[in-house]
Ligand binder design. Structure first.
Ligand code: NAD
Length: 330
């Protein structure tokens, strides 16, 4: 018997990635929806055979507590709404999956974690890369160090965005811009590539188009100090197309490019080792890993604490950018 998933928020990611992926999963399936847009309901019901009793809106989703069809509530809303709805989800007694970035602040992340503990439900963050096999190899190498000590890691994600539009991602409160949207991939990658936590953070924002990037940074550049003098070099930008994770080690290097894309993640190393394991669908892999962990009562691969660590660092980047000073982390 598969676990039943209810998607909350039927925007681009739910419509074009998660719902199709839930047609490929072995351990979970799409059974419910929460939407504030009534016109979407018949389309989703018809496409995925969702019965009336499994259709909710933001006001009545608490009633899911009594619905045995639903085991997991997946929050796929603008970032500024994650905490409110992830906590509502936890309070129904269902397991919670929450998209990245986990929330707008470390305080909100902690509130989600606390709500899940209080309700005795699991919490998993939608970091699909940590389920992706080439990325998993990089994570393994942080422990086995096949190229010696890791000295410097670079994680840059950028898109040449001519017109970012007037979306929630450009709103300081609801989105926070590219640093939140894709910066968490860079922060997460620096942490998993080293397999360690940074001890200090420098951050800087740059803006060549203040008339377009009014509330959120166009480019963010950050440097993490890791123990033993290793350096993490992070960047997100709307001015240039880049998607690279590169590790320089004592005895060689390795990289993934792209390292954060939905498909085609691949890489190479200084000794010619290829990182080119193919999987059909990252989101299906992620949701199956998480569903199976719930079924087998094992810890989540990417728990709330992991999502929160990135938001703590993201807030340190913003603090450093504001003060011009290095932020020390204890
Ligand atoms: P989107 O704008 O396409 O969809 C957002 C949905 O939220 C819409 O259906 C909208 O109607 C709904 N919504 C409800 N209240 C809203 C409000 N007050 N303001 C704006 N929208 C509101 O966004 P998306 O690309 O689907 O992203 C949703 C979430 O998924 C975000 O957290 C994003 O970071 C995450 N995401 C993750 C990945 C990934 O690869 N893991 C990829 C894309 C998006």
């Amino acid at each position: 018997e598969k676990l039943g998933v209810c998607l909350v928020g039927l925007g681009n990611y739910s419509t074009n990635l998660l719902a199709p992926a839930l047609q490929l999963t072995q351990y979970c399936e799409l059974r419910g929806i929460v939407t504030g847009t009534p016109s979407k309901i018949p389309i989703w019901q018809k496409r995925y055979g969702i019965p009336d009793k499994n259709v909710y809106n933001y006001q009545n989703m608490d009633r899911m507590a009594d619905n045995p069809d639903i085991d997991i509530i997946y929050i796929v809303l603008p970032t500024g709404l994650h905490a409110l709805y992830a906590i509502k989800a936890a309070n129904t007694g269902k397991h919670v999956w929450c998209e990245k970035p986990m929330a707008k602040s470390a305080k909100e992340c902690q509130a989600i974690i606390d709500a899940c503990i209080q309700n005795n439900v699991t919490l998993s963050i939608g970091y699909r890369m940590q389920h992706e096999p080439n990325t998993k190899k990089i994570i393994e190498w942080s422990k086995t160090l096949p190229y010696g000590k890791i000295k410097k890691v670079k994680a840059h994600v950028g898109f040449k965005i001519t017109n970012p539009g007037n979306t929630w991602r450009m709103d300081k409160e609801l989105g926070g811009g590219l640093l939140y949207d894709v910066g968490v991939y860079c922060i997460n990658a620096l942490r998993y590539t080293f397999g360690e936590e940074p001890i200090a953070v420098m951050g800087k924002h740059e803006n060549t188009r203040p008339e377009v990037y009014k509330e959120v940074p166009e480019t963010s550049i950050f440097e993490f100090d890791f123990p033993n003098g290793s350096i993490g070099d992070g960047k997100t930008t709307a001015t240039q197309s880049v998607n690279l994770l590169h590790a320089d080690c004592e005895k060689g290097w390795y990289e993934l490019e792209p390292f954060q894309a939905y498909n085609g993640v691949q890489g190479r190393s200084s000794d010619g080792t290829l990182l080119n394991t193919y999987i059909e669908n990252q989101q299906a892999r992620q949701m199956d890993d998480d569903a199976l962990a719930i079924m087998e009562n094992r810890p989540m691969m990417v728990p709330g604490e992991e999502g929160m660590k990135d938001i703590v660092l993201l807030e340190a980047i913003n603090e450093s950018a504001e003060t011009g000073k290095k932020v020390m982390l204890s």
